[in-house]
Ligand binder design. Sequence first.
Ligand code: BDR
Ligand code: CA
Length: 304
Amino acid sequence: MPQKLIIDTDPGVDDMVAILAALRAEDIDLIALTTVGGNVGIETTTANALRILARGGSPELPVHPGLAGAHTAAHVHGDDGLSGCPWPPSNHPAQPEHAVDYLARTLPNTDITLACLGPLTNIAAVLEIHPNLTNNLVLMGGGFGSYRFQAQNGIIESTGNVTPEAEFNIYSDIPAAQAVFASKLNITVIPLDISQRTLLTPQRLQQMPIDIAPILDRYTGFSRQKWGHHSGPLHDPNVIARIAEPDLYNGLRGTVTVTESGQTQLAPDPNGPHHVMLQVDAGGYLDWVTEQLQPLAGTATPTP
Ligand code: BDR
Ligand code: CA
């Protein structure tokens, strides 16, 4: 039985790849998207979610607009959030029901999994209504310092990418992240330790659909410029790959806490409530992503 999935997202170039992969993944039944302000403002993340679904051939999948964010990352994802993506606006409107109301109505007493690809603002608001939710939640966020590597311009660390300690999704709403990790949700974490190992090389870009490759090229250009490195991390699709292909990942159980400055810390404990991924078969992951996007290659809309 495919897993029923709702993606909470702030598209976002890597969010876009994650959504397109989820639409194709055999073992996933994507039932809705909820949007959150993050990489860009909430109006733009919502419009992007709709046009990504249209590009993926599922324009009617419901999109529920959620809460606005405090920070943006337009310098990474472009002012449009999708690095100058040429796809037109969708003909389908967003749902009138707010993301928080939708999630609060839909999640309780179900086995629906939540994939969180942005700041945890919506989820913390849902927990205020239903503090005892126990759904599975897989999130991209945080960093635990298990991985560092030398790029041309410096050392890339796996603790933070906004500040030396804090990762963007956690930093963007620290109180929300604290509330989510303190909850009863069954949480799996994809931190920077994983996503900074999954680099989109120029060779990998060549295998992407013809309209998506230039978007990813501009997006990874940020990392190339910042670090003088040959490629950039493809963060969010790891969340979907962990759900569809769990054997690609390995991690440690424990308790995650979030400091006031947005640093995530793990107290290892085999019986702990959180499962933090710390190892990935990066080649297997990138093969999986490429395979999910392959059917889109023949349907590319020409760029103007
Ligand atoms: C996270 O921040 C966003 O810019 C990406 O979409 C990803 O979710 C990586 O730190
Ligand atoms: Ca994201």
